[in-house]
Design a protein around this ligand. Structure first.
Ligand SMILES: C[S@@+](CC[C@H](N)C(=O)[O-])C[C@H]1O[C@@H](n2cnc3c(N)ncnc32)[C@H](O)[C@@H]1O
Length: 182
């Protein structure tokens, strides 16, 4: 993936996508969960009490990350899930940068080719740290190439389910539930 100039990305403030993912996770509970790309902490903080352990990563600048709040969650500055061992989490979720872009100049929003290149990189790491029987929840926008994303998931042996969907006036947001086929 081409990086256009020095990557930069501020702290992503909660928006419709944040809330749709948070609401889609309301029924989830269990052992260990991980959010990739915590932003302000608005999504992962809602899960902290329902999981035995909760962790989240981001790559935003340290001074921005210090403003994020998620009591009971280990917030780590790291690339995707790179700092965690294989098969560590029962649930991995993310609202990744998904805006279609030529290369990545803003790491908070630029999703690369078709808006699914960066989400696919998040997914690769999510699957590495996902425990057997676990699930991945991913928010994406219909502005991106959802067909390409779904095809990539299926060819990786995942069951693909649309767990939530919300139509806004300019785009449709989708939350995917992904599980390894039994
Ligand atoms: C669309 S924002 C979502 C933020 C927050 N989860 C929310 O829903 O409001 C995407 C987040 O992913 C983070 N991010 C981008 N590249 C990343 C990477 N390689 N590893 C971890 N986080 C990353 C961005 O800094 C940003 O906070």
């Amino acid at each position: 993936m081409e990086v256009v100039g020095p990557p930069r990305g501020g702290r992503y403030l909660p928006a419709e996508d944040t809330y749709l993912l948070r609401d889609a996770l309301l029924g989830c509970s269990g052992g260990a969960c991980l959010e990739i790309g915590f932003g302000t902490g608005a999504v992962v903080s809602s899960l902290a009490r329902r999981f035995e352990t909760a962790a989240a990563t981001d790559v935003m600048p340290l001074d921005e990350a210090r403003l994020s709040r998620a009591p009971g969650v280990d917030l780590v500055l790291a690339d995707r899930a790179a700092c965690f061992r294989e098969a560590s989490f029962d649930l991995v979720f993310f609202n990744p940068p998904y805006v279609p872009s030529d290369g990545v100049s803003d790491t908070a929003v630029d999703g690369g080719e078709g808006g699914v290149e960066v989400p696919a990189r998040f997914l690769e790491e999510a699957l590495r740290v996902l425990a057997p029987g676990g699930q991945v929840m991913v928010l994406l926008s219909g502005e991106g190439d959802l067909g390409a994303f779904e095809a990539r998931c299926r060819s990786a042996g995942l069951e693909v389910e649309r767990a939530a969907e919300r139509r806004l006036f300019y785009e449709t947001l989708v939350v995917y539930r992904l599980r390894r086929q039994a």
